[in-house]
Design a binder for this molecule. Sequence first.
Ligand code: URA
Ligand code: CA
Length: 436
Amino acid sequence: MRAVDLILKKKSGEAMTQPEIAWLVDGFVKGAVPDYQMAAWMMAVCFQGMNQAETAALTDAMIRSGDTVDLSALPGVKVDKHSTGGVGDTTTLVVAPLVAACGGTVAKMSGRGLGHTGGTLDKLESIPGVNIEIPIRRFFEIVHKTGLCVMGQTETLVPADRRMYALRDVTGTVSSIPLIASSVMSKKIAAGADAIVLDVKVGTGAFMQTIEEARTLARAMVDIGTHMGRRTVAIITDMNQPLGMAVGNGLEVREAIELLSGKIPESDPLYEVSMLLAAHMLLLAGLAADEAEAREKLRRALQSGAGLEKLSMMLLALGGDVACIHAPDMLCAVREKLPVTLGRAGYVSAMRAERIGVAAQLLGAGRATKADRIDPAVGLVMHKRHGMHVAADEPIATLYVNDPSHAAEAAELVRRSVTLSEQAPAHAPMVYDVIA
Ligand code: URA
Ligand code: CA
């Protein structure tokens, strides 16, 4: 086989066979297929797409590029969740402890932030002492003891994805549905979960800009999961504003702790999306007969403090200082807190969530390059959501700042992320669809 023939085949819109895809991925990982040919092929995929069988073959080839984790020694149905990435999305730190408190087993491998905000690992590392680069043996011990653990994805898990993503990032080939679907699902399947709940984000802060695109991505991922014998459900949720009020690592951990402490109302979007994700995890794990029962169990785990206790146990096992459970302000101690006002009044009718993410990144909450160090305490807290009224001199957000050099730019980005209207806008839903 020659790589150039496979590029030409995809370029002309023909479907590739399973052996062709396996050959290409294997050759790329071993260095026989150079970066420029892989990049050209992925660009052809961006324009021509891939059918279900091709996407499954690509996922399978990517999984085979490295090691897989066997979780069968752990009790029960191992259930994982994944979000396609959004701003202020702290759901993992809420959902994993609640599901564990309801008897679920959550053994989760997590990555670092790809774009403007940190990933779950970066958030956990904002807690003093936490070490998520633990040996897999220790990961199993913690899950056995507490029902949950999040660890850093090992280097040997899906190396094809790491190398393909690095190329996609610099060749304009990130936003292809089959490439995203195979990237996400290869990692989830290789990490060993029996059941997977996917949160597909749609809106200004997400990869997918329309509900139709999000549905197509959700179906592609559910098809792959089902094809590989994993119970898979996707929910499609709104990312036209940050999900939580907090954007930044320690700030988001504080918000997750507040939610698990019962301090955030049920009407809050972070609460709503977390509960829905957790309910589907319980359903897939066979721990509830229907959604109503799942929600009732979760509500009890929250109100009794059992969820917060699970988070505390996991943090302790990872070497973390659990004083933050009762004093979460310690996670976001900064030199300066700067209010951002708009200088005009109105109802928040639209937000550009990605700009708010970039503002937090400028303050040091995310990486512009892989080598950048994250400042765990900085970021911003929004005070207003879609539909709320804001007065001219009322802060719409507070910046948490240690290094003031980009504070003015960050404040301006927050200001430019908000559109005001004279009349209250129509209520915007948080959840658009559930795809099973
Ligand atoms: N997240 C991933 O893991 N992979 C993608 O391709 C996009 C988002
Ligand atoms: Ca995330």
